[in-house]
Every structure is written in C-alpha cells, then in structure tokens.
Design a protein around this ligand. Structure first.
Ligand code: NAD
Ligand code: WQD
Length: 345
C-alpha cells in the first residue's frame, strides 16, 4: 500500500530528483511540480529507471497560484510538501534581485496559502549554510548566529525561514522542518540522475568533472592564501543521496507527529571540512583522472571556511551522512561520463 501523497516542488531539479527517488523507494506517492526553468523533463525517465515508478508531473510555475490550486484539486489528499523550487545562482541574484525575491518568496507564500486551504500537514524547506555567512566558530551548530546575507539569494533563504517561523508562530495548523544544506555534491550511483549545470559551472564539482572530461581547459582554484592548512577554502561536501534520505526522515517526522515542536531546523552536512585542493586530490584518487588546475586570485564574496556540526540531525533524526568522499567523487564522474555518452556535454 502506498504511503501519503507528497508534493515535491522543483522535483526534476538536482536535489529534488534524488529526493523523489528516495521518497518512492520508501513507498510515498509523489507529485512533482516544476516549471523546468533549471531542469529537464528527461529526469523523469531517470527516476523511473531507478525506481520503476514514474512520478506524477505537473509542468507549472509555483508563483502562479491558479496552477497550484488546480494541482491540489487534481491530486487530492496531499499530506506534505517538500519545497525545492527556487532560483539558486548567487551571482545571478546580484544582477536580478527582483527575480530572486519574486521566485523564491512568491513560491513559498503561495505554498503556505495552499497548505491552509487544503489541510497539508507539513512542509520541508530547503535552506542553506549560506545563512551562517562566515561563521565565528567551526563546526557550525544550528545555534550559530545568522549573519547578514551577502546576496539576494542568501537573503531569500533567511527571509523564507522567517516567513515559515512567523506563520507557524501565528498558529498555522501545520509543521515545518527547515533543512540547512552545506555543499551538496555527487550523483545517484546508477548515474541515471545527477546535476545538470547551465552554461559554465559556477560551482566546484561540475567544474572539476567538466575539466576532467576536457570540456574546460583548466580549473581555477580561487585563492591559496586563506587561513587554512593548505591555503584554499574549506567546505563540507555532502553526498546528494545522503542528503535526499534526510528529507524522507523529515517528512515521516512531520506526518507521524514524532516531534512536539511545530518547527525544527537541522544542519545537513558530514561534519568534515575539505579544502579545494583536498577535494581535487580526492577526485583524482577516486577516478584516476587528472584535473588540470591552477591557483588564481580569491573569488569575491567567498567564505574562508565553513563546515557543519551535524550532531543534532544525527541524534534527533537518526540520520548520518555516510558516503565516503571518494565514492561521491566517483558518482559525480560516472554522471559526467553518462552525459557524454548521451551527447549532452
Ligand atoms: P535546481 O535548480 O537543480 O532545482 C530547482 C528546481 O526548481 C529546478 O528544477 C527548477 O526548474 C525548479 N523551479 C525553480 N523555480 C520554480 C518555480 N517558480 N516553479 C516551479 N519550479 C521551479 O537546484 P537544487 O540544487 O536542486 O536546489 C534545490 C533547493 O535547495 C533550492 O531551494 C536551493 O536554493 C536549495 N539549496 C541548494 C544548494 C546547492 O548547492 N545545490 C545548497 C543549499 C540549498
Ligand atoms: C566551493 C569552493 C570556491 C569553483 C555556493 C553558494 C551557497 C550554496 C552552495 C546554495 C569555494 C571554490 C569553486 C571554481 C574554485 N548554495 N571554487 N574554483 O561557494 O561554497 O557555495 O553553493 O545555497 O549558497 O554560495 O560553493 O561550489 O561555488 O565553491 O576554487 O571554479 O570551491 O572558492 O571555496 P560555495 P562552490
């Protein structure tokens, strides 16, 4: 018997698609809404090949309340929402702040309205370690101060957390789990789904895999003069399948009323910081493929070092990031090879 019906916004995107796989594997009945602004309809084939189930899909924009209402009428009994739908490019958000505020906040506001109208029990929200800015102390716990956002993108995550908190504190009849992701990387081990960056990648791993493939000539390492052991920046790279699994636990927690708190916030990371140079090394060791790279100047706005203290999620959710970084790097490379086989890039 199928479990509850879950609406996954942005479900054909990178983290969304991996989460749909884990939800379906756990028996949930998934409905995806995505406007395909940053993903491809073929992702549904990948999900179906992995799970044997093609999720229901509605191509629509979450900022359009009429489309959303129609979806809730066509798919009655949605118990929970996972809201991945958002614009996520930090640099672009500096150029187009209104687009970012409209898309990310408009989506959330519409979903909150629908939750009240259709008696949805809970919403899982994709937040980010970006809310901590440059932390005073590492590893970062959920109690660390929220720093002033340095981009409109980051600000949409802070404001979204506040909107959800205010709504629930005002007595809304639903729960929320806010998940602050550190740096999600890698792909499904089947290489059926993965990250599909648009144009020249801004993020490290797609740049690494595209350089290893020869699509890019050389990776630029942004700075080796930071106050870190090898001088390059440190992040907490979390495997996307591990991350996806945390969403299933969060959904279960909300729908089965496992917590008496109406709103909970968790860091999702490994607890290990890796430098850019260490990451390149891990990729090369895992795949046997070299990544030509050179050190260049710092990238404006980069955080020096940030990694998670995931103990709260480990203890309360019973969840732990388990995949070794080498396996994650191999999965990213296998996905890049699959894209080449398919003639995508
Ligand atoms: P993604 O771009 O791959 O996925 C987002 C999906 O949402 C895309 O498929 C896009 O087409 C869709 N979408 C965007 N706006 C929409 C709208 N108005 N209506 C319907 N669909 C819409 O991004 P991702 O990496 O999978 O990120 C998912 C979520 O996690 C985002 O909220 C992002 O901000 C957050 N997050 C991502 C990272 C990261 O590094 N990838 C880190 C922290 C938080
Ligand atoms: C990682 C490290 C770079 C590219 C961004 C967002 C953040 C979050 C995750 C959503 C840094 C270095 C990168 C390259 C490099 N997203 N780098 N050469 O900056 O940690 O975070 O994505 O919420 O909000 O800001 O991720 O992958 O861009 O960079 O040396 O070509 O790799 O300097 O140290 P970042 P990233």
């Amino acid at each position: 018997m199928k479990k509850e019906r879950i609406l996954v916004t942005g479900g054909t995107g990178y983290i969304g698609s991996h989460t749909v796989v884990e939800l379906q594997n756990a028996g949930y009945d998934v409905v995806i809404i995505d406007n395909l602004s940053n993903s491809n309809i073929d992702v549904l084939d990948g999900i179906e090949r992995i799970t044997g189930i093609r999720p229901a899909f509605v191509e629509a924009d979450c900022t359009d309340i009429n489309s959303l209402r129609k979806l809730f009428e066509e798919y009655p009994g949605i118990s929970g929402i996972i809201n991945f739908a958002a614009s996520k490019a930090v640099g672009e958000s500096m150029q187009k702040p209104v687009l970012y505020y409209r898309n990310n906040l408009g989506t959330l506001l519409n979903l909150l309205d629908m939750m009240a109208e259709f008696n949805v029990k809970g919403i899982v929200f994709s937040s980010s370690c970006t809310v901590y800015g440059e932390p005073d102390v590492n590893p970062v716990t959920e109690a660390a101060p929220i720093k002033k956002a340095t981009s409109p993108y980051g600000n949409t995550k802070q404001i979204s957390e506040e909107i959800i908190t205010d709504t629930i504190n005002a007595g809304a009849d639903f729960k929320s789990v806010i998940l602050r992701y550190f740096n999600p990387v890698g792909a499904h081990p089947s290489a059926e789904i993965g990250e599909l960056p648009n144009g020249v990648p801004q993020n490290l791993i797609p740049y690494v895999t595209q350089t290893a493939m020869g699509i890019r000539k050389e990776l630029s390492v942004f700075g080796d003069d930071y106050n870190t052991p090898d001088g390059s920046c440190i992040r907490d790279y979390i495997n996307v399948v591990d991350l996806a699994k945390a969403h299933v636990i969060a959904v279960e927690r909300m729908l089965q009323d496992k917590s008496d708190k109406k709103i909970e916030i968790f860091n999702l990371g490994t607890g290990n910081g890796l430098s850019v140079l260490e990451l390149i090394n891990a990729f090369e060791t895992a795949t046997g493929v070299k990544v030509p790279h050179k050190i260049v100047g710092r990238r404006a706005g980069d955080i020096e070092k940030v990694w998670a203290d995931p103990r709260y999620a480990n203890e309360v959710l019973g969840w732990k990031a388990e995949t070794p970084i080498e396996d994650t790097m191999r999965s990213a490379w296998n996905w890049q090879c699959r894209l080449r086989e398919r003639g995508v890039m």
